[in-house]
Design a protein around this ligand. Structure first.
Ligand code: ZN
Ligand code: ZN
Ligand code: ZN
Length: 362
């Protein structure tokens, strides 16, 4: 069970440190993190107004109110002809400094700025990131369940799906079905990038038909109880040519180097460096075009980012991907991705453990 009242207490402590009098959170993952309620990103305003003292208010459109679970806040419904900005302004009670959620629509912030002329607005991201970046045991359990479900999909893909003669789009649809069948509540994405399309890391599956010899990057994720999975395996249709075997072996080694480096006290950038060095040494440094990983939780991509320049030390409770890749334009791509978490003792464990080697598909 998630203790939302405790989270409100913790975020107030962060507000106090940062000199923030009132926190305003609209759509995005911070709202369900603090309240258990996920608002639809609508033109109708939903906003949690969390002052330092007193009961927070959740300003919510009347038609959405039935979806709001009970929590440590008072629900303030507004009807179609009411003024929701006025409700927020009243509940906020003239703060000197208000922190506003990063994903709040600009439209609403502009209206608040016009009405709260005495207030200085700052970004809420640092306050809530401080909490969200270290997962509670219940959150780790949900990430673990999502990771296990994703692994079952990875294992089923070569057993059940035909690649040769079928389009990326058809295969992606099958992968999405499996993501749901294995227990995810929603599908976040299913990338199927075959042959030369694999050289584009976030390729949108299209009409290209898979042929023998193709490398196929399959990167997919979904959400289970709000928490995300995200894993990548690279398959080969039939048997691989020697270049693909070589490149895949380099990525496997790089990914292992990343996993072996990640532990408490290690800087996020060191994990990137460990994986990157393997790829550079093999002569493919110019073809590893992205950071090695990103945090994951209520969002697929969230802090910490494992990237050169990020000196933040990894700590118990942090969960993140390790996903090096090599992308050869016009030819093929290879990526291997697992979600890892730093355990209380300081070691990293992988929440994904399906075979990482180059697996042949029909
Ligand atoms: Zn990605
Ligand atoms: Zn991914
Ligand atoms: Zn990822």
């Amino acid at each position: 069970m998630i203790d939302f009242a405790h989270r409100v207490e913790l975020v107030r402590r962060e507000m106090e440190h940062s000199g923030v009098d009132c926190l305003l959170v609209s759509v995005g993952a911070d709202l369900p993190y603090l309240t258990g309620y996920e608002a639809m990103p609508l033109e109708r305003l939903t906003m949690l107004v969390l002052p330092m003292e007193g009961t927070p208010s959740l300003v919510v459109p009347r038609l959405e109110a039935p979806r709001v679970p009970p929590g440590p806040f008072e629900v303030r419904e507004w009807g179609e002809t009411d003024d929701p900005i006025g409700l927020v302004v009243a509940a906020a009670a003239r703060p000197a400094v208000a922190a506003i959620g990063d994903q709040t629509w600009a439209l609403f912030l502009l209206r608040l700025l016009a009405r709260m002329t005495e207030t200085t607005f700052v970004s809420a991201s640092t306050l809530i990131t401080e909490l969200r970046i270290r997962k509670e045991p219940a959150e780790i359990a949900m990430l673990r369940a999502a990771g296990a479900a994703a692994d079952r999909v990875s294992v089923r893909i070569p057993r059940e799906l035909r690649f040769e003669g079928r389009s990326e789009r058809e295969i992606a649809r099958d992968v999405a079905t499996m993501i749901r069948e294995e227990g995810h509540h929603t599908v976040s994405f299913a990338i199927v990038a075959s042959g030369p399309n694999g050289a584009s890391p976030h390729h949108e599956p299209g009409d290209r038909i898979c042929v023998r010899g193709d490398a196929v990057v399959v990167d997919f994720g979904g959400r289970m109880d709000g928490y995300c999975s995200d894993t990548t395996r690279t398959f080969v249709v039939g048997s691989p040519d020697p270049d693909l075997v070589r490149v895949h072996a380099v990525v496997e080694e790089a990914q292992l180097a990343g996993r072996e480096t990640a532990s408490a006290g290690v800087r996020a950038e060191q994990v990137d460096k460990a994986a990157r060095e393997v790829i550079e040494r093999a002569g493919y440094g110019d073809y590893f075009v992205h950071r090695v990983g990103h945090g994951i939780g209520l969002e697929t991509h969230e802090p910490p980012y494992l990237v050169a320049g990020n000196e933040q030390e990894l700590e118990p409770g942090m969960a993140f991907s390790i996903e090096p890749g090599i992308y050869l334009p016009g030819r093929f791509g290879v990526r291997i991705e697992d979600i890892c978490v730093i355990e209380p003792g300081g070691n990293a464990v992988c929440l994904n453990d399906s075979p990482r080697q180059l697996v042949a598909v029909e």
